[in-house]
Write a protein that binds this ligand. Structure first.
Ligand code: BGC
Length: 414
């Protein structure tokens, strides 16, 4: 852990308040550019405009946000930080330690966030006890999406074990159907990998390996079995998977070009934006195994000068956690509200499964932060793991070699 600088300490005490006569302005950096994502962020833009705000959009395409984070660094280094940034997990604290985040505690306290946000998730929004990010939603990572017609036509149920998944995939392949729609980008490989870690290893193993970075777990036979399954899954993707965007993989399932996709529930936002109905056109089921991998999108406000911008930050923070935005946004986005007091009546069956599983997994200690989506680890160890996962997926590397490389890479990154 880096020590906090003196600059950071002074940044932490600058509080955001809504100046009386200011006209709220915000330049918002985010990576919500697919069909479902764009529809979702438009909800925030509308609410912001209704309250007299002027929104300057700074979308940086690239699923998972890697490109957006590179753009953010460039902007901050040039001394011109955007007012609000889609930022999550330990990256929030990393930026806080650089002394560049604004404190949004005043808004959080006025709006009673502590009363409506689950403690485990609220903790990600805190920096040294103050509020430094506003949470948007809860995305679940460990989902399988299926094309209903293909599955029905081939007599296939949603798999509940990885063996069943493999058996279904073999059957589909024999029938000439691509079993798994996948986009060969490192973050997508990591997304699939973490669902297999959870599925084969269980919650405690996931925690030891991908949160606590325990070398024994990372080098274990269980981890070898995970890489074996990754090799098996590699055999179920089509020849053109390399570099494909996640939403194009979702479209393959939608259009009947592939049977399954393993992806967080922003994929559902994509199905919904295309007018598809869960249970009729597509199905959702947790990936095999117990547990819930969460990914909470949030926005952090960067230190900026000017009353209008600061008013924009305060207004954005208020709207983001507000109940109306939480409902409408999440209906579009595929996620569920992070507030515990928003009714789920208007939400679909997948959202209900998500909310029920989240409550149950929170009770029994299997509500876990996603490593692949930057909720569990700081940038360096997370990047080191992903490099190994993607190198293995895209080569003939053995599981023994992958596990050895994983242990070494993680040790070097700490
Ligand atoms: C974000 C989602 C986003 C997805 C694909 C994830 O890391 O949390 O909001 O839809 O990446 O871009």
């Amino acid at each position: 852990m880096k020590a906090r600088s003196v600059l950071a300490a002074s940044a932490a005490v600058t509080c955001l308040a809504l100046p009386a006569l200011a006209e709220p302005q915000a330049e918002v950096l985010h990576w919500w550019t697919s069909g479902g994502e764009a529809k979702s962020v438009a909800v925030l833009q509308e609410e912001f405009a209704e309250r007299g705000g002027t929104w300057t959009d700074m979308p940086v395409a690239g699923g998972g946000g890697d490109a957006a984070m590179t753009a953010l660094r460039a902007r901050v280094l040039s001394g011109n930080a955007p007012t609000a940034v889609q930022l999550k997990g330990p990256a929030i604290q990393e930026w806080y330690e650089e002394g560049v985040l604004a404190d949004i505690s005043e808004v959080a306290e006025a709006q009673g966030w502590a009363d409506v946000l689950p403690d485990q998730l609220a903790a990600h929004m805190k920096c040294d006890g103050s509020w430094c990010a506003a949470p948007v939603n809860v995305h679940r990572i460990n989902w399988i999406w299926g094309n209903k017609e293909i599955l029905d036509a081939n007599g296939i149920e949603m798999p509940t074990t990885w063996e069943e998944f493999n058996a279904a995939a073999e059957k589909l392949q024999a029938a000439g159907i691509t079993p798994l729609a996948h986009g060969g980008q490192a973050w997508q490989d990591a997304t699939v990998f973490e669902t297999v870690v959870l599925g084969l290893g269980g919650a405690e193993f996931f925690q030891s390996a991908l949160v606590d970075l325990d070398p024994e777990a990372l080098g274990s036979d269980t981890m070898k079995a995970v890489f074996d399954e990754m090799r098996t899954l590699r055999g179920y993707v089509d020849d053109n998977f390399s570099g494909r965007d996640w939403n194009l993989a979702t479209a393959m399932v939608m259009n009947g070009e592939a049977a399954f996709q393993i992806m967080g529930d922003w994929a559902k936002g994509e199905f919904l934006a295309a007018g598809k109905v869960p249970g009729e056109d597509f199905t959702c089921a947790p990936t095999p195994g117990e547990g819930f991998l969460y990914n909470v999108d949030s926005f952090a406000m960067f230190e900026v000068d000017g009353e209008d911008k600061q008013a924009g930050q305060a207004l954005l923070a208020e709207l983001i956690v507000g109940p109306s935005f939480q409902e409408t946004f999440n209906l579009n986005k595929g996620s569920i509200p992070v507030r515990s007091d928003v009714s789920l009546e208007a939400f679909d069956m997948c959202a209900h499964i998500s909310a029920e599983d989240m409550a149950a997994d929170s009770e029994n200690g299997s509500l876990l932060p996603s490593y692949a989506h930057g909720m569990a680890l700081r940038g360096e160890p997370a990047g080191a793991i992903t490099d190994v996962v993607t190198a293995h997926f895209n080569s003939e590397m053995s599981s023994d070699e992958a596990v050895e490389m994983l242990v070494n890479a993680v040790a070097a990154a700490q």
